[in-house]
Design a protein around this ligand. Structure first.
Ligand SMILES: NC(=O)C1=CN([C@@H]2O[C@H](COP(=O)(O)OP(=O)(O)OC[C@H]3O[C@@H](n4cnc5c(N)ncnc54)[C@H](O)[C@@H]3O)[C@@H](O)[C@H]2O)C=CC1
Ligand SMILES: O=C(O)C(=O)COP(=O)(O)O
Length: 602
């Protein structure tokens, strides 16, 4: 980021008191309306914080609650929004209603399909999944539509684990079958002899929140617990006395298998004919994860052949399963209707957790439980806040300098920082530059959720480069530079020596400043709007332009002149609070020494 060697900068502050000197990094900067930030730490899971976008909502938002939600959560929602509780909507009814809603809350029973996002007409800003599994939400479609998806990942963990243990014990002792038999007037003590849990090997497949709670409880029942989870940390398993093993080892050693992984393309039918064949004969299976992780036809066969002695299932590929489902009707199967999360306590907890997340997201606060947006820790966000604003404004300025605008395809962003690359998370900055580049020339709403997708869709390639500076890494960044290649500029002086439109800026006292245009160094705070003029450097220019603006009642906030050398070409950057009229701009253009000028909205 070499500065033009002979360039000099002269900065004229309108008055030393025009800006509140107490405004610092920690004060609340007015972030762009769609990216309002509140860095308040959330109650739980503070490591998973993410900047989300407010919908720019001026009126009370509307939240559609499409499945039954605990009272406490509903009350939280009602304090903030109009709440429409409409249960059992058909897919068509949901698509019709959704165009009137800013947020949608569902459990596992509602499919939030691509059609739902398409039908929302851009109004839907948040989908809240009142539970863990988000396999019923089309995340790709949500992301493409800039809609944040949040879930409630913690409040039903214990309930699901307890249900897993309940099914394990009930299955081993034939509780459900024996109960039905007694109620049918029979007394079949020999038929319902069970198996013991103590000393048996349980394989927990998916050692996340629920899986590890199941493991802990099974240890308490005297079982030997092993687990398979490609992503789980070994020390967490070790801490509760569980060995992490390979998939094949887990399924081949287990007397009982309990499934706790999410349903994803890679876990879909992970238990199938081939894997059943590798299991110990007489294995027993519990599934409180998702029906789709088991090939249900293969399970019926394995039950018939005796490879699987029993199965206890809370979840099914299609819910509710068909009345005549061979699996559900199988005498070796214990079935419950997706009750894992259904305790009074869990439902209250989930309702509060999701209501807080949805309200927070609609307010533009940080969502601790975002599923489809990069997560930026709160402390990083606090530091990056003024740079986030700088990034968007540089994007906005750069694209307005392009003649025509829409031909922007290749953008290079350079971050000069004393921080090691690993210590500087630029995803947020890149998203904001993308927003700045795209929004002035289109009607697309860009946010952290859809920035990368939108850029890709428009064929906009943004490459990033770091320059490692010497010195103290106290501030995350020194300079951000945005270059647009292969375009012409409506302000020729914005083209750098290497042929690209170039603007650069830095943060001073918490305020973003434009510090470079093309090869000219300037220094103007990025507030209000900016007039850039190229002129022959000579006395009286600042006065000339200033008095025209004054006569037209346009308030100047900042002026700065960057020149190659005295009395040669110079670029004057003028920050203005009001938009000058056409005639005002025309008068400035008519000043004989002014060779070109451009008005840029921030
Ligand atoms: N029946 C019910 O009512 C409930 C069902 N669930 C289901 O349980 C699942 C797990 O919930 P949590 O433990 O809260 O989620 P979690 O995200 O804490 O744990 C899931 C674990 O599965 C692991 N995993 C991913 N792919 C895997 C694979 N191929 N093999 C083995 N492990 C894999 C992950 O690394 C993670 O550790 C949810 O996705 C949901 O589908 C959750 C709550 C209630
Ligand atoms: O949280 C989960 O993943 C669940 O499966 C619970 O589903 P539910 O909210 O009870 O429909």
């Amino acid at each position: 980021m070499a500065a033009t060697s002979a360039s000099q900068t002269a900065t004229l502050h309108k008055s030393s008191s025009f800006r509140n000197p107490s405004l610092s990094l920690s004060s609340k900067l007015p972030l762009p309306s769609l990216f309002r930030v509140n860095v308040t730490q959330r109650r739980r899971d503070t490591k998973r914080l993410v900047l989300v976008v407010s919908a720019g909502l001026d009126a009370k938002p509307t939240v559609l609650v499409a499945e039954k939600l605990g009272e406490a959560g509903l009350n939280l929602l009602k304090d903030f929004a109009n709440v429409d509780c409409s249960y059992n909507l058909s897919p068509e009814e949901l698509c019709t209603k959704i165009s009137l809603c800013d947020a949608l809350i569902v459990r596992s029973g509602t499919k939030v399909s691509r059609e739902v996002f398409e039908s929302s007409g851009g109004r839907l800003k948040v989908v809240g999944r009142a539970g863990v599994g988000i396999d019923n939400v089309d995340l790709a479609a949500a992301t493409e539509h800039g809609c944040l998806v949040v879930n409630a990942p913690t409040a039903n963990t214990v309930a699901a684990a307890e249900h897993g243990i309940a099914l394990l014990a009930a299955m081993a002792r034939n509780v459900a079958q024996a109960d039905a038999s007694v109620k049918a007037g029979k007394w079949q003590r020999n038929k319902y002899v069970g198996v013991s849990l103590v000393g048996k090997t349980l394989a927990v497949m998916g050692f996340g929140k629920v899986g590890s709670e199941v493991a802990r409880r099974a240890k308490g029942l005297g079982m030997h617990v092993i687990a398979h989870d490609p992503y789980a940390p070994a020390d967490r398993a070790r801490a509760i006395g569980v060995d992490l093993v390979s998939f094949d080892e887990a399924i081949s050693k287990a007397d009982f298998i309990s499934l706790h992984m999410p349903l994803t393309p890679s876990t879909n039918k992970i238990l199938n004919e081939e894997t059943f064949a590798k299991m110990k004969k007489g294995v027993r299976i519990v599934n409180v994860a998702r029906g789709g992780v088991i090939d249900e036809d293969a399970l019926v066969k394995a039950l018939d052949s005796g490879i699987v002695a029993q199965a206890a299932l809370d979840v099914f590929t299609v819910e509710p399963p068909a009345q005549d489902s061979k699996l559900v009707r199988h005498e070796k199967v214990t079935a419950t209707p997706h009750l894992g999360a259904s305790t009074m306590e869990a439902q209250e907890g989930v309702a509060i957790e999701i209501a807080e997340a949805v309200v927070g997201a609609l307010r533009g606060e940080l969502a601790a439980t975002a599923v489809n947006a990069p997560m930026v820790p709160a402390e990083v966000l606090t530091e990056l806040k003024p740079f986030v604003e700088l990034a968007e404004k540089l994007g906005r300025l750069a694209v307005q300098l392009v003649a025509g605008g829409s031909g922007v395809k290749t953008v290079k962003v350079t971050y000069a920082s004393a921080r090691a690359p690993d210590d500087l998370d630029t995803r947020l900055l890149r998203a904001m530059i993308t927003k700045g580049l795209i929004e002035p020339i289109s009607s697309v709403f860009v946010n952290l959720v859809n920035a990368d997708f939108t850029a890709k869709q428009r064929g906009l390639r943004i490459s990033e480069e770091r320059i490692l500076l010497d010195g103290s890494p106290e501030s995350p960044l020194d300079v951000i530079e945005v270059q647009i290649a292969n375009v012409e500029s409506k302000f020729a002086s914005a083209i750098s020596e290497s042929g690209e439109i170039k603007v650069a800026g830095r943060v001073k006292d918490g305020i973003p400043h434009l510090t470079k245009v093309g090869s000219f160094e300037v220094d103007v705070s990025l507030e209000g709007s900016i007039i850039l003029c190229r002129q022959v450097d000579q006395p009286g220019m600042i006065g000339n332009v200033g008095s025209i603006l004054g006569e037209e009642n346009v308030n100047v906030s900042f002026m700065s002149v960057g020149r190659i050398a005295p009395r040669k070409q110079a670029v004057m950057a003028i920050g203005v609070d009001e938009q000058p009229s056409k005639s005002c701009l025309k008068r400035i253009g008519e000043i004989p020494a002014i060779e070109e000028f451009v008005f840029l909205k921030l």
